[in-house]
Design a protein around this ligand. Structure first.
Ligand code: RP5
Length: 173
């Protein structure tokens, strides 16, 4: 089986964010996809400010070769749900803490989808962006053993980091 996990291959994960001001959180998703060597593309599109652009993005996603979409937005965050309404690809939503409500508004707007139009909603902010990329990789890994192997390495790395932190705490006590 040909692996999807190679940066020089066409993108299989699409990252879309509501504004360039979302980059500070969404870059965490990019780092993970780069680490796992999964090809992705990335754009800014707004459900409210550029609905036609967003609709075109969602409608063309599958034929452009994308397999999973990560949509990050803050405030009245309708981006992930709007994209999910227009595609049968899995959509992972990242609520961002860009408003005075610190992301609670975006969390509810992203998670509280009506029955029939799912959005896999992550935690608010950078942790959610990181998890969105890992979840996207896990979806791809259901049919790609190479990506599965890289995910296992990522998990082993996290476990080793915890052990290292425990050891350095013990040494400093
Ligand atoms: C949302 O509004 C965006 O996703 C962003 O989180 C927030 C603020 O956008 P800007 O006013 O900074 O462009 O749609």
């Amino acid at each position: 089986m040909k692996s999807l996990g190679d940066q020089d291959k066409p993108p299989v994960v699409g990252i879309v964010m509501g504004s360039d001001s979302d980059w500070g959180s969404m870059e965490k998703a990019v780092s993970i996809l780069e680490q796992l060597n999964i090809p992705f593309d990335m754009t800014v599109s707004s459900a409210h400010r550029s609905p036609e652009r967003t609709a075109e993005y969602a409608r063309s996603a599958r034929t452009r070769g994308l397999r999973v979409i990560i949509a990050g937005a803050g405030a009245a965050a309708h981006l992930a749900g709007f994209v999910a309404a227009l595609t049968t690809l899995p959509v992972i939503g990242v609520p961002l803490d860009s408003s005075s409500l610190r992301g609670l508004d975006a969390l509810l707007a992203t998670a509280q989808m009506p029955a029939g139009v799912p959005v896999a909603t992550m935690a608010i902010g950078a942790a959610g962006a990181k998890n969105a990329a890992i979840l996207a990789a896990q979806i791809l890994a259901t049919s790609d053993p190479v990506i599965e192997g890289r995910l296992n390495q990522l998990k082993e790395g996290m476990a080793a980091e915890v052990a290292q932190k425990a050891e350095s705490l013990r040494m400093n006590m």
